[in-house]
Design a protein around this ligand. Structure first.
Ligand code: KIV
Length: 281
């Protein structure tokens, strides 16, 4: 069913069942108004740990905390009715042991209302994903370029070229075996993304991967042109809200300095009652 026609949010099993069908649409969100804007159009919305870079000005996702993810998860949940919400597990909240992962995943789900969590890692996370899924935590896996590991990956490089393709394919199979309901493939060669999509039984969600993936995700601030510090090749800008916003702010500043704002329609008379009630415009 299309996202616009749907009355209620899908569950992780519904997303799993979309394998091979109409492509799954997803974006990141971190705030209520942004979540409201995309709710009717997305199948799931990810509260990504990219929040650290795009909203908090951090240099990477490594400084993102559980409290930040929970705060933004709660805000996004208030804006969603038709889209499923997935929340990222931040760096350091799940890698130590399956028990640590369960403790933090259950906190994220309990405190935000997320239907699922996402965590980074392939074969080495197989036991953890199996532990979580056996205990009621649906998991979206994330392999390829895993930004929480940039210090061991040597930066934001394409993953899975040459011999590394075999390991990445094994990673995809391992997370499938462990019970993940879908897997994000980030910054991997197109041909490898297509091969993995054909080999595994859960949906692949591409970002810098292939149009042949079962779905696509983008960071919303990237595609709206709000985050402009850098633009990865895989980002398509559908709007330039950053530029438009700055132009609007400059116009406001000029109006204030020229005493053109506020105008008559923005101020209150001491005599006549207001005829129009304030509210949604
Ligand atoms: O944190 C994030 O925004 C992500 C997406 C890029 C998949 O993990």
């Amino acid at each position: 069913m299309s996202a616009t026609a749907r009355k209620t949010a899908p569950m992780p099993d519904d997303i799993r069942a979309m394998k091979g069908g109409t492509p799954i649409v997803s974006l990141t969100a971190y705030t209520t108004p942004m979540a409201q804007m995309m709710d009717a159009h997305c199948d799931f919305v990810l509260v990504g740990d990219s929040v650290g870079m795009v909203l908090h000005g951090l240099p990477s996702t490594l400084g993102v905390t559980m409290d930040m993810m929970i705060l933004h998860g709660r805000a996004v949940a208030r804006g969603l009715a038709k889209s499923m919400m997935v929340v990222d597990m931040p760096f350091g909240s799940y890698e130590e042991s399956p028990e640590q992962a369960f403790r933090n995943a259950s906190r994220i789900m309990g405190e935000t209302g997320a239907a699922a969590v996402k965590l980074e890692g392939g074969a080495h996370m197989e036991d953890t994903i199996a532990f979580l899924t056996a205990r009621g935590v649906p998991v979206m896996a994330h392999i390829g370029l895993t930004p929480q590991s940039i210090n061991t990956l040597g930066g934001y490089k394409v993953q899975g070229r040459g011999d590394a393709a075999k390991q990445l394919t094994e990673d995809a199979k391992a997370v499938t075996r462990a019970g993940a309901f879908s897997v994000v493939l980030e910054k991997v060669p197109e041909v490898l993304a297509d091969a993995i999509t054909a080999k595994i039984t859960i949906p692949t969600i591409g970002i810098g991967a292939s149009v042949g993936c079962d779905g696509q995700i983008l960071v919303v601030d990237d595609m709206l042109g709000l985050f402009t510090a850098f633009k990865p090749k895989f980002v398509k800008r559908y709007a330039r809200l950053g530029d438009d916003g700055e132009a609007a702010i400059a116009a406001y500043a000029a109006d204030v300095r020229a005493r053109k704002f506020p105008a008559l329609e923005h101020v209150f008379s001491d005599k006549l009652p207001d005829t129009k009630p304030e509210g949604k415009q």
